[in-house]
Ligand binder design. Sequence first.
Ligand SMILES: [Fe+2]
Length: 288
Amino acid sequence: MPGRMASSLDASNLSEVFARRLAASGDQSLRQALVATVMHLHALVRELKPTHAEWRSMIEFLTEVGHACDERRQEWVLLSDLLGASALVEEVNARRPKPATPNTVRGPFFRADAPERPLGSDISLDGVGEQLAVSGRVQDLDGDAIAGAEIITWQANSAGYYENQQPDLQPEFNLRGIFRTDDKGRFHYLTVRPAGYGVPDDGPVGRLLRKAGLPLRRPAHLHFMIRAAGFETIVTHLYDGSDPHLEQDAIFGVKPELVCQFERAAEKPCWRLDFTFVMARSKQGVQS
Ligand SMILES: [Fe+2]
C-alpha cells in the first residue's frame, strides 16, 4: 500500500505552506514579522528569478557586510541608512504633533561620552574652518521655555570628517559638546561651519551602491540630541540650506523643517545660525 502522498510544493504555494507551519506555535509578534518578511522575500525571488550564481553572489555580499563590521564601523547600519530603511523607521514612528521638531536619522558618528561645556564655549578645539555662532531656544508646544534641557551636538569639520574618523588628525571630542539651556530656555556656543561629506564607500555597501549609480553624498549638517525630563527626546539634524546636495541626501534624512540658512555676519564669527527646538511631552510623562 503506497505511503501518504507528500503535498506538492511549488512557487505558487510555498509561501503559504511556510506561514501554515508557523501557525500553531511560537511568539505571535515574531511569527507575524517572520511571515511578512518571508512573503516579501519569496515575492522578490519570484519577481527577479535569480540564477544560482546570482543568489550565491547575494549571499556573499551579505557575508561581506557582516565581516566589514567592527567596533569602529557598522556596515549593517550603513546598509539600512543607504537603502532608506532607517529613514522609513523614523517616519513610521513619527507621531509627534506640529510644531514639534521632527526626528531624523541619528547616523553612525554619535558618541555618548562627549564632555559637558558651559554656554558660550567653542567646540572647535583646533580652530580650523570658518567660525559659526550657534544659538537658539528650547520650548514646548505652547511656546514656553524649557530650562535645563540637555543639548548634545556633534558635527563634521570643515573638510567633512568627524573626530572619531580621524583620531590622529583631530583632537579628541573636537566639534562635540553637551550644553544646558538657561532659565529662558536659551543656549549658544561657537563652532565652525561643517562641510558635507561622502558616506564611507570603501566597504561592500558603498561599492555595491556606487556601482548601481546611487549618490553617496550627505549635505552639510549639524547633529543634535535634545533631552528634557517629561519630553520626547529629539534626535535630529539642522541642514545648511545652501548645500547643493540637499535634494539627494544619501540617507534620506532631509526634512523641510530642518533646513536652515546660515547668516553671514560682517565681523567674526562670520556665520550665524539661530534655531528653536520644539519638544512634545512624552506620553508616559517621563523622559523617553
Ligand atoms: Fe553627519
